[in-house]
Design a protein around this ligand. Structure first.
Ligand code: NAD
Length: 270
């Protein structure tokens, strides 16, 4: 539960209401972010897919969440219903956390060019990239006083990471979408950013072949020589979603213990 995490308490999010999309269980990155935002006084709503309801509700309730909305991002009727419920319960929104991705795990292995089917390419793009555009358009209508939105991405968008394959292409689209949404919503004082997190042990990572190796390699080759912590990602989210982040938009921020900027690991030079 949230007690497992070392999260600073305070009032940075007091008076702010937001939607958290993507809690599946207590390992989810969205759960770490939600716990940090709650510890800083935010009022939260959780969206979830039906299959996860049994796990998500008790987690949310343990940090005071009262609004739960089913939301399947590929289904317009489900999204219409989710945002109608949010409007009824909250009236307006101050922030959104989008932590959603999916691809067929049979295609997150081996050769990208050989293994990528049209159907899974389109599904991965739909769930992992287009959904942020759709959510942003809907959430903007509930943000008359401005706001902040974040999404979660990974280095596989910028560089080739073995087995990440079509998800890397979807993350590249997600990061570009972040910039275009930030441009469109900027005049409405809505900030839009992406956090590029290092590998963290979650359900999603388990779907990638050798996902565990990604964690070990992150530890070995990162500048800090340590795992990316959920607390570190949640801290960045708190900065971006609170007024502390007021001048930052359209940005992709790496929170990966300095893995992304190493060109050649020391081991390769020995
Ligand atoms: P997770 O499996 O806990 O979360 C993924 C969430 O996506 C789940 O809650 C799932 O229910 C939701 N989801 C999938 N398909 C959906 C759909 N059709 N409609 C609505 N929701 C759907 O894993 P996570 O690692 O916490 O992933 C959260 C985000 O962080 C993802 O975008 C992921 O790509 C990103 N990310 C993860 C890592 C990592 O190493 N774990 C690193 C960088 C970025």
């Amino acid at each position: 539960m949230a007690d497992d995490l070392n999260l600073p308490k305070g009032d940075l999010m007091k008076g702010k209401k937001g939607l958290i999309m993507g809690v599946a269980n207590h390992n989810s990155i969205a759960w770490g972010i939600a716990s940090q935002l709650a510890a800083q006084g935010a009022e939260l709503a959780f969206s979830y897919i039906e299959a996860m309801e049994r796990r998500v509700k008790p987690l949310g309730e343990s940090i005071g969440v009262k609004v739960f909305v089913p939301a399947e991002v590929t289904d317009d009727a489900s999204m219409d219903q989710a945002f109608a419920t949010l409007e009824k319960e909250f009236g307006t929104l101050d922030f959104v956390v989008h932590a959603i991705a999916f691809s067929d795990k049979n295609e997150l292995r081996g050769s990208f060019v050989e293994n990528t089917t049209r159907d899974n390419f389109l599904m991965s793009m739909n769930i992992s990239a287009y959904s942020f555009v759709d959510v942003a358009r809907r959430a903007e209508k509930l943000m008359p006083n401005g706001g902040s939105m974040i999404t979660l991405t990974y280095l596989g968008s910028e560089r080739v990471i073995p087995n990440y394959n079509v998800m890397g292409v979807a993350k590249a689209a997600l990061e570009a979408a972040t910039r275009y949404i930030a441009r469109d919503l900027g005049p409405k004082k809505i900030r839009v950013n992406a956090i590029s997190a290092g590998a963290i042990r979650t359900l999603s990572l388990a779907g990638i072949q050798d996902g565990r190796k990604m964690i070990a390699q992150g530890r070995q080759f990162s500048a800090l020589k340590e795992d990316t912590s959920v607390e570190g990602v949640a801290g960045c989210a708190l900065w971006l979603l609170s007024d502390l982040g007021r001048s930052t938009t359209g940005e992709v921020i790496h929170v990966d213990a300095g893995f992304h900027m190493i060109g050649l690991p020391d081991e390769a030079a020995e």
